[in-house]
Write a protein that binds this ligand. Structure first.
Ligand SMILES: [Zn+2]
Length: 384
């Protein structure tokens, strides 16, 4: 395995069949009942198939599901914080009957076989409370859980093909591909940055602080399903590109997209995001304030504190924790409370709401808050 760090659990999983095995599975696929995957399940399937979710080799059976919910570990004891499940409703379950396998479809085409090991009932309330720390339906993760079927199919996945994408094609890399890229670049210490937002000066500062102590940055924006009021992925990608072109050394950053859907699970998703980036070959992972949070469901630093519940060797990847960054007029530079002794009156602090309002009005936030090139892309996107 190339790359600077072992995958979670030791081996990078590859579920994509080839040769006679693939032909055989394609024949079988025609015989089994079909189950159409939704956008979230497609994202999980793609990550399973390519090893991004190593050591998982399929959708969770009940003992792993329970163990993840209760203890943040797989039944094997390995740290894992988010259930990876395949739902089916009553009607679907009736259709599947006692089939030993189902054919998972993308659109109308078979994409994979799921060898059904177990059918079990989702424990909706317990899962919501464990993963999202709430059962409030206004939480987007709880709402998504609410829409999912009552039953879960657990078992190994055999992939016939990966989802096809017509967006960000040049930025799609599997874990094997990012690992190969790091090896070629000679990066031995790589920091991963998860984002679902445009990168403003605060994020740039944090990334560059991390970059001062490692060899390279994997800028890894999530492009799977997000909630409606998040900035669309194509707009964000243009922001990242213009920022990298203007302000980052070319040979120190790899921009690649992360196909996952957003769960908004705060602390538990921070652990998940870190472990998955380990599979992509990152040795370090940036955890900012309110990572993967939404509304005020989580405390500002909960997603950092949760890392202390594990031994560092259990995680493998090293979290780099950052406080809120801002421009300080007295320091005349970007800073955080850890290095700036001044008060809020000297700091440029704008709420997300205020920034969105400025952009909607066609107004650039101050250059100390947002690079003008980034602001212009957001202004244009908001006006169209
Ligand atoms: Zn200061």
């Amino acid at each position: 395995m190339s790359g600077p760090i072992s995958p979670h659990g030791g081996d990078l999983v590859d579920l994509l069949l080839s040769g006679p095995e693939a032909e055989d599975a394609a024949d079988q696929a025609a015989r089994y009942p079909n189950l159409a995957m939704g956008p979230r399940e497609v994202a999980d399937f793609e990550m399973l198939a390519t090893g991004a979710l190593s050591p998982l080799a399929g959708f969770m059976v009940e003992k792993d599901y329970r163990s993840v919910i209760d203890d943040m570990r797989l039944a094997s004891g390995l740290v894992w914080s988010i259930p990876i499940t395949l739902s089916v409703d009553d009607e679907g379950l009736k259709r599947i009957g006692r089939a030993e396998a189902v054919t998972l479809t993308l659109g109308d085409d078979p994409a994979a076989l799921l060898d059904v090991e177990q059918v079990y009932r989702r424990d909706r309330e317990v899962e919501a409370q464990a993963v999202f720390q709430t059962t409030d339906r206004s939480h987007p993760g709880v709402a998504a859980l609410d829409r999912a079927g009552d039953w879960l199919l657990g078992g190994r996945v055999r992939a016939l093909r990966l989802p096809m994408h017509d967006t960000f094609v040049e930025h799609r890399r599997t874990p094997a591909e990012t690992r190969a890229a790091f090896a070629e670049l000679g990066w031995r210490r790589v920091v991963g940055f998860q984002t679902r937002n445009p990168v403003h000066r605060a994020h740039e500062y944090i990334q560059k602080c991390a970059l001062e102590i490692v060899d390279g940055l994997l800028l890894h924006p999530l492009v799977g399903e997000t909630k409606e009021d998040d900035v669309p992925a194509d707009v964000r990608m243009r922001c990242y590109q213009v920022l990298l072109d203007g302000y980052y050394p070319k040979d120190r950053v790899l921009l690649s997209v992360f196909p996952a859907a957003m769960r908004y699970a705060g602390p538990k998703e921070a652990i998940f995001h870190a472990l998955v980036r380990k599979n992509y070959g990152c040795t370090h992972f940036i955890v900012g304030r309110d990572h993967a949070g939404v509304g005020d469901f989580y405390g500002t630093f909960d997603a950092q504190k949760i890392f202390a519940r594990f031994e560092s060797e259990e995680l493998g990847i090293t979290p780099l924790m950052f406080e809120h960054a801002f421009w300080c007029h007295r320091c005349e530079g970007m800073a955080t409370p850890k290095i700036c002794p001044h008060g809020d009156e000297d700091r440029l602090i704008l709420s997300g709401t205020k920034v969105r309002e400025m952009l909607r009005n066609g107004e650039r936030p101050p250059p100390e808050f947002s690079r003008s090139e980034v602001a212009d892309i957001l202004i244009e996107a908001m006006s169209s």
